[in-house]
Design a protein around this ligand. Structure first.
Ligand SMILES: O=C(CO)[C@@H](O)[C@H](O)COP(=O)(O)O
Ligand SMILES: [Fe+2]
Length: 215
């Protein structure tokens, strides 16, 4: 199982230590949650922080933008050296197709995220252009929330949609992931697990990442 620990739950007074921990783990990516206080009712961190993180992180940068009109920042995310740039379907409104193409043209892998209340069927016409689909298993904006069980049905439905579209996009699931919910969602068809609290609040974060990676 691919694992992308979410830095949102890290100790921000010890960021260097926590990023080094990820560098020396089996995580395949580092998940960076950007929140603008408009699309979600919280503000996290922005480019000045991510530019420093990018200098020391040896894993793929997986940037999850919870901001309105994220197309404004494609070149800045690209300049970080990010592998994945994930935007919310709900935040791009009418031009998700154009935004995904622009992310791809910039050399990054486009991800499309959907909130718990958004049906997976709304992705049908764009899945073939995305490299990743992110199913939010909590309402975006905060770490440490409880996994929404209906996400399992959504992952199964998405698997079918990807199959009929002939899409190789990976399915990422984000929110309330631990070794129990991780197993359930992996069985439903997830390829990559994002975990914040489960990793960074663990007594042994390396062990927590191993448990997820071994699913
Ligand atoms: O995007 C988000 C929240 O909006 C996530 O990436 C969280 O950071 C996951 O945190 P946990 O639920 O794993 O604590
Ligand atoms: Fe996230």
């Amino acid at each position: 199982m691919l694992v992308s620990p979410s830095l949102l739950a890290a100790d921000f007074t010890n960021l260097y230590r926590d990023i080094e921990l990820i560098n020396n783990s089996r995580a395949s990516a580092l998940h960076l949650d950007v929140m603008d206080g408009v699309f979600v009712p919280n503000i996290s961190f922005g480019f000045s922080v991510m530019e420093q993180i990018a200098k020391i992180c040896k894993k793929d940068l997986d940037v999850h933008l919870m901001i309105v009109n994220p197309e404004r920042y494609i070149s800045r995310v690209r300049d970080l050296g990010a592998t994945y740039m994930t935007v919310h379907l709900e935040a791009c409104q009418t031009h998700i197709h154009r935004t995904v193409q622009q992310i791809k043209e910039s050399g990054m892998k486009p991800g499309i995220a959907i909130n718990p209340g958004t049906p997976v069927s709304w992705l049908s016409d764009v899945v073939e252009d995305a490299d990743m689909i992110l199913i939010m298993s909590v309402n975006p904006g905060f770490g440490g929330q409880k996994f929404i069980e209906h996400s399992t049905t959504k992952v199964k439905q998405l698997r079918e949609i990807l199959k009929s579209a002939g899409s190789n996009a990976i399915i990422q699931v984000d929110g309330g992931i631990n070794d129990t919910t991780g197993k359930i969602i992996a069985e439903a068809g997830a390829d990559m697990l994002v975990a914040g609290s489960y990793v960074f609040k663990a007594a042994n974060p390396i062990n927590a990442i191993d448990l997820l990676a071994d699913i």
